[in-house]
Design a protein around this ligand. Structure first.
Ligand code: GLN
Length: 211
């Protein structure tokens, strides 16, 4: 059976995610209200602006319902701003910025520094076959630290980070997975390479089969 995958459609690059999900055989639907959330098997939190989305989540009374669904095991994928929303804790966020949770990680907002607001890199992603993924970073966060249950899927070298400390290259974490929660600091919805969305769609299918 085809999974129904929602894309949070309050702000951000919603259309691009809907198209990428359709390409991997899911039934994608925009989600703006609780009734729409209730109808989905999984949810994508798009790239955009996490502080704006946080505010709109409160206005549209979606913050608690989405939190509950994620806590209840709904597969969720966040790209960029979406990753920020999923994090347990945000560094350099706005004080009134709210979290959906689901990802036991500390995420630093706008981490890649002003001088390189946007850049692209080819990154190897664990669980994604077929060579590196072209990753587009736009005022992107990185993952500062992860809890024990979080798997690191990809890093970029420190010298690409705009905050090269000059010491040993530690690499910055830019893709993670915790059970059925997937998050990337970059925007796979913008490149036409469907492999990250396919990874998420597979995860949604596996979760449905296990239920
Ligand atoms: N800097 C943005 C934020 O704080 C994220 C940027 C993006 O999603 N491209 O939400």
């Amino acid at each position: 059976m085809r999974s129904t995958i929602g894309v949070l459609a309050l702000q951000g690059d919603v259309r691009e995610h809907l198209a990428a999900l359709a390409d991997c055989g899911a039934r994608p639907v925009p989600v703006r209200r609780v009734a729409e959330l209730d109808a989905v098997d999984a949810l994508v939190l798009p790239g955009g602006e996490s502080t704006t989305m946080s505010r709109l989540l409160e206005t549209f009374e979606l913050l608690e319902p989405i939190r509950e669904r994620i806590a209840g095991g709904m597969p969720t994928f966040g790209s960029c701003a979406g990753m920020i929303l999923l994090a347990r804790e945000v560094l350099d966020g706005r004080p009134d910025q709210r979290q959906l949770g689901g990802l036991d990680a500390v995420v630093r907002r706008n981490a890649f520094g002003r001088q390189v607001d946007s850049f692209e890199a080819d990154v190897a992603v664990t669980e994604v076959a077929g060579g590196p993924v072209r990753a587009v970073f736009i005022r992107a966060p990185w993952v500062e630290s992860v809890g024990a249950g979080v798997q690191v899927l990809a890093t970029v070298p420190d010298q690409d980070s705009g905050r090269d400390a000059g010491g040993p290259d530690v690499g910055r974490i830019i893709a993670v997975r915790q059970g059925s929660v997937l998050a990337t600091a970059f925007h796979p919805e913008l490149t036409g390479d469907g492999r990250i969305h396919r990874l998420f769609c597979d995860l949604v299918r596996q979760t449905a089969q296990a239920a």
